[in-house]
Design a protein around this ligand. Structure first.
Ligand code: SF4
Length: 343
C-alpha cells in the first residue's frame, strides 16, 4: 500500500471527510464568522488545552480583546492576566508580540497568506495552515497530532511520529487526500474526527465517514497506529520559595524572560538568615510540566515588624500585595494554589 501511494487516487477520502464536516462540524464560537483573529486566538488557546477547558478562556479573552487593535494596545501584564488558568504563559506573551507585528508590519490587517502568517511570533506551521486554509482558502494541511493519528490509521502507515521528519511525511500524505475545494473544511474535519471519533483510545470507527477506506480498521490493526518510538525526556527540578507575609500582605516579584514561567510572579527565593526564626511552616508541593517534574518547597515566614517587612521589600525590589492585588497578577499554578490556600 505504502509503495503505491504516489500513484493512487485518494481524493475520495478527503471528499468524504469534508462532506461529513458539512453536517457534523462541532459548533464552536470561533467558527461562526471564521475571522482570522478569532481563529488565531482559538488555535493558540487550544494548544495544550482541550476544547472543553479552553472555551471559557477563549470567550473571556475575546470579550476583553475583540480585535488585534485592543490586544496591541493592552499591557503585557493585562494579557497575562487574561491568560490566567491556561498555563504555558509564553503563548500569551507571544500573542501580544504578534499583535504588535500585525499592527507594525501588516498595517493592522491580519496577514492573509500562509508564509506571512508564519512570520507572527508564536505561530507555527500548524497554526499558520489552520488560519490560511480556514480563513483564506489556501490549500495547506494543518498537520498536528490529529493528522498523525488519523492518517497513520487510514493508510496503516508505520512512519515514526516522534521522528523529526514526521511533519513532512504526514504533510505529503495529507496532500494526497486533501481536495482543492474547501481546504479549511478538510482540515477542520480531521480536527473534529481526531478529537471525537478517531480518538487515541477506543476510536468510534462505526461513526467514521472513512471506515471503508481505513486500512487499520479493515485489518483490525488500529492499536498499532500511530507508531511512536521516542518518549519525552522528563527531568526533576527542586525549587525553594519563602512566602513572606505580614498580616494579610505578602511579597511577590515578576520573573524574568528565561527558563520556566516567563514573566509570571513568584515569591522570594531567599530571606535573611536571621529571619529563619520567622518560619512557621514548610510545605512541599509537586507539579508536572511537560519536560520537568517540579518539587517546590514553600516556607511561610510570618514577619512581626512592618518596618523589617517593608525594608526587605524595598531593598530587594519586591511588591507588597494583598490577595485582591495578587488576583490581578499571574502566578504559576502551584504558587497561586498555595496563596489561595493560606488566605
Ligand atoms: S475507521 Fe476508525 S481508525 Fe480508521 S480513521 Fe476512522 S475512526 Fe480512525
Amino acid at each position: 500500500m505504502k509503495t503505491n501511494k504516489q500513484n493512487a487516487d485518494f481524493l475520495h477520502i478527503g471528499k468524504k471527510l469534508t462532506k461529513w464536516y458539512d453536517t457534523n462540524a462541532r459548533q464552536l464560537p470561533w467558527r461562526e464568522n471564521q475571522l482570522p483573529y478569532n481563529i488565531w486566538i482559538s488555535e493558540i488557546v487550544l494548544q495544550q488545552t482541550q476544547v472543553k477547558q479552553g472555551l471559557g478562556h477563549y470567550l473571556r479573552f475575546i470579550e476583553r480583546f475583540p480585535t488585534v487593535k485592543e490586544l496591541h494596545q493592552a499591557s503585557e501584564d493585562e494579557v497575562l492576566l487574561y491568560w490566567k488558568g491556561l498555563g504555558y504563559y509564553s503563548r500569551a506573551i507571544n500573542l501580544h508580540k504578534a499583535a504588535h507585528q500585525v499592527v507594525e508590519d501588516f498595517g493592522g490587517e491580519f496577514p492573509n497568506h500562509y508564509n506571512d502568517i508564519l512570520k507572527l511570533k508564536g505561530v507555527g506551521k500548524y497554526t499558520a495552515a489552520a488560519i490560511a486554509s480556514i480563513c483564506f482558502d489556501e490549500k495547506v494541511p494543518a498537520v498536528d497530532g490529529n493528522f498523525y493519528r488519523v492518517l497513520s490509521r487510514i493508510f496503516a502507515d508505520d512512519f515514526d511520529i516522534s521522528s523529526s521528519k514526521a511533519f513532512q511525511h504526514f504533510s505529503d500524505l495529507a496532500l494526497l487526500v486533501m481536495p482543492d475545494e474547501k481546504p479549511g473544511e478538510f482540515n477542520q474535519a480531521i480536527m473534529d474526527i481526531g478529537a471525537e471519533i478517531c480518538r487515541p483510545k477506543n476510536p468510534l470507527c462505526m461513526f467514521c465517514p472513512v471506515n471503508e477506506d481505513c486500512i487499520a480498521f479493515q485489518t483490525g490493526r488500529i492499536s498499532e497506529f500511530p507508531v511512536k518510538t521516542k518518549k519525552v525526556k522528563v527531568s526533576d527540578l527542586s525549587l525553594k520559595y519563602f512566602f513572606v507575609k505580614y498580616q494579610n500582605q505578602f511579597l511577590i516579584k515578576q520573573r524574568g524572560n528565561d527558563f520556566i514561567w516567563k514573566k509570571l510572579y513568584e515569591f522570594p527565593t531567599s530571606i535573611p538568615e536571621n529571619w529563619n526564626e520567622y518560619i512557621i511552616n514548610s510545605k512541599t508541593v509537586n507539579h508536572k510540566l511537560t519536560h520537568k517534574n517540579l518539587s517546590i518547597e514553600i516556607n511561610t515566614a510570618e514577619i512581626d515588624s512592618r518596618k523589617d517587612f517593608e525594608n526587605f521589600a524595598k531593598e530587594f525590589d519586591f511588591s507588597i500585595v494583598n490577595t485582591n492585588q495578587a488576583d490581578e497578577k499571574s502566578f504559576p499554578k502551584p504558587l497561586q494554589d498555595f496563596y489561595e490556600s493560606v488566605y
